[in-house]
Design a protein around this ligand. Structure first.
Ligand SMILES: [Zn+2]
Length: 123
């Protein structure tokens, strides 16, 4: 995700630039002296990346903007998957005879009424 230029020190910027041989980590191209570049989070903070050390790399401003757009898409997908995983979202197109269905098809092909689920959390 985009990080404001002013929050990183010049020293850190210089160290990162040298560590990555002045290479944009997205397009692998050389960052020339007159080109604008930004410090980029390889794994976005919003997806659990750290704001330090190995998760930082220099990137062209234009490359960085493109990646940030993609990251926003990935973040939205991660949020949807998380909500689905935690049961916050129920499928609008459940599988026929799936766990949500009132009917159950046995392996031999007979269709029976599914028994209501028994709670298993009681001792
Ligand atoms: Zn680049």
């Amino acid at each position: 995700m985009a990080q404001l230029f002013s929050t990183k020190s010049r020293k850190l910027r210089a160290e990162l630039f040298i560590k990555h041989n002045g290479q944009c980590h997205i397009c692998q191209g050389k960052i020339l002296g007159d080109e604008c570049w930004e410090i980029e989070h390889i794994i976005p903070i919003s997806l659990g990346g750290e704001d330090s050390g190995d998760n930082l790399a220099p990137a062209h401003q234009s490359c960085h903007r493109g990646k940030t757009k993609e990251d926003i898409g990935r973040l939205s997908k991660a949020k949807r998957q998380r909500a689905f995983h935690l049961g916050g979202r129920v499928s609008r197109t459940p599988l026929p005879f799936g766990k949500q269905s009132k009917l159950k098809r046995k392996l031999d092909g007979t269709i029976i009424q599914r028994e209501p689920r028994k709670r298993t959390d009681a001792p």
